[in-house]
Design a protein around this ligand. Structure first.
Ligand SMILES: Cc1cc2nc3c(=O)[nH]c(=O)nc-3n(C[C@H](O)[C@H](O)[C@H](O)COP(=O)(O)O)c2cc1C
Length: 345
C-alpha cells in the first residue's frame, strides 16, 4: 500500500505533501495581502492615481469641469429643495461664478459651464429687490460677476406632478429610462411591501460576475437611525429628513478571490445600484442615491449604526426612499453630449 493510499484510508494520518501545503498556506497568510498590494496588482493603480489631477494638485480641463459640475449641482439642488430658502449659499455661488469665468478664459466654452451660468441666472431670477436688501455686499459682487459671464437663459428646473413623473414607469425601456430621475421630495409613509418588491426585482435581474452576487441590501425604517445615518452621510441636507426608508447597499469582499478582482465589489455594487434605481422607479418609489464616500471615522460611525454588518462588506451607497408628494421640482442634471462620452474605434 502506498503512503497516499494509507493516508486516504486512515483519517488520522495526513500526507506529508498536504501537511506542507497547509503549513505554507498558514505561514503565507500574513504576507498575502502586503505582497498583493505591493506588487503586480495595485502598482498600476498607484501609478495611475499619481497622474490624477486631484493628487498632483494640478487641475486639468476635465477636473476643472468636474469641479464646476459639482458646484452647480449643489446650486441646482438648492433651487429644487422641498422648503426652498432664499439667499442660500452666497459664498459657494460667488465661487461658482469665479470658476465659470476662469474656465471660459482658460479653455473656452463647454455645455456644462453654460449650464452653470444658467443656474446662476436662475438664482438671480429667484430674488427680487426685497430679498437682495438682506445682503447688499453679496448682491453687488454677484451682479458684477454675472455681468462678466455670457448671456445664457436661466436654467429651468422642471416642476411636475406625481402622475406626470411616474407616467412612464411601466413604459417600454427607452421612455421608462428617460423618465427616471432623482427625487428629493418625499411625503408620508412608504409601505415596506413596495420596497421589498423593488429590491427583489433589482436583485433578481442584476448581472453579476460568475453569478456570485456580491451585493446586499438593508432597509432601515427607524427614523431616529435614518437621521443619524444621514447626519454622517452629509449629502441629504434639506430633504433627507423627509425620507421614510433608507436602503444601504454593500458588497462582500469574501466573494472575490484575488487581487485582480479587488474592484469587483464596487462594480457589482454600481450595477445593483442602477438596477435598484430603475426598480424603485418602476414601483413608483421616489428615491435619491446617496454616496458613501467616507473616511475611516465616518465609515466606522456609519457601520456602528448597522448591527451585524460584517467587516468584509464594503459600503457602496445608500438610497433615501419615500412616497412622492403630489407636486415637486426635479433637478435638471443635463448630461454631457454623446460626443464627449462615446467613441467608435
Ligand atoms: C454614487 C452616487 C452618489 C450620489 N450621492 C448623492 C448625494 O450624496 N446627495 C444627493 O443629493 N444626490 C446624490 N446622488 C444623485 C445624483 O446627484 C444624481 O443621480 C445626478 O445628479 C443625476 O440626476 P438623475 O438621477 O436625476 O438622473 C448620487 C448619485 C450617485 C450615482
Amino acid at each position: 500500500m502506498s503512503l497516499r493510499q494509507l493516508c486516504q484510508s486512515n483519517p488520522i494520518l495526513i500526507h506529508p505533501y498536504r501537511l506542507a501545503r497547509a503549513v505554507k498556506h498558514v505561514l503565507m497568510a500574513p504576507l498575502r495581502l502586503p505582497v498583493c498590494l505591493a506588487f503586480s496588482v495595485t502598482r498600476p493603480d498607484r501609478a495611475r492615481l499619481r497622474r490624477a489631477a486631484w493628487v498632483r494638485r494640478r487641475p486639468s480641463r476635465e477636473s476643472a469641469l468636474a469641479d464646476i459640475v459639482m458646484n452647480y449641482h449643489v446650486l441646482e439642488k438648492g433651487l429644487t429643495m422641498p422648503a426652498r430658502r432664499k439667499n442660500f449659499g452666497h459664498a459657494a455661488i460667488l465661487q461658482l461664478a469665479a470658476k465659470a469665468g476662469q474656465f471660459l478664459k482658460t479653455y473656452g466654452e463647454a455645455p456644462q459651464v453654460l449650464h452653470a451660468i444658467g443656474c446662476l441666472r436662475a438664482y438671480d431670477a429667484l430674488h427680487d429687490h426685497a430679498d437682495r436688501a438682506a445682503d447688499p455686499t453679496f448682491w453687488s459682487a454677484f451682479d458684477d460677476a454675472l455681468a462678466r459671464l455670457p448671456q445664457t437663459p436661466p436654467a429651468t428646473q422642471p416642476h411636475t406632478t406625481r402622475e406626470a413623473f411616474f407616467a412612464a414607469s411601466q413604459a417600454p425601456f427607452e421612455a421608462f429610462a428617460r423618465s427616471r430621475h432623482t427625487l428629493r421630495h418625499y411625503a408620508g409613509p412608504l409601505p415596506i411591501e413596495r420596497v421589498r418588491a423593488a429590491v427583489a426585482l433589482a436583485v433578481d435581474t442584476a448581472p453579476s460576475a460568475c453569478n456570485r452576487q456580491f451585493t446586499r441590501v438593508r432597509c432601515v425604517s427607524d427614523h431616529a437611525v435614518i437621521a443619524k445615518l444621514l447626519e454622517i452621510q452629509g449629502g441629504s441636507r434639506g430633504f433627507g429628513h423627509l425620507a421614510d426608508k433608507l436602503l444601504v447597499i454593500t458588497a462582500d469582499l469574501d466573494d472575490a478571490f484575488s487581487g485582480g478582482e479587488r474592484n469587483e465589489p464596487y462594480v457589482e455594487g454600481g450595477i445593483l445600484l442602477m438596477n435598484l434605481a430603475y426598480a424603485l422607479h418602476c414601483h413608483r418609489i421616489a428615491h435619491c442615491i446617496l454616496n458613501c464616500f467616507f473616511d475611516t471615522p465616518r465609515d466606522n460611525a456609519f457601520r456602528a449604526l448597522l448591527p451585524g454588518l460584517p467587516q468584509t462588506e464594503l459600503l457602496i451607497a445608500a438610497i433615501a426612499c419615500g412616497e412622492a408628494p403630489a407636486e415637486f421640482d426635479v433637478a435638471a442634471s443635463p448630461r454631457r453630449p454623446l460626443s464627449e462620452v462615446y467613441a467608435e474605434l
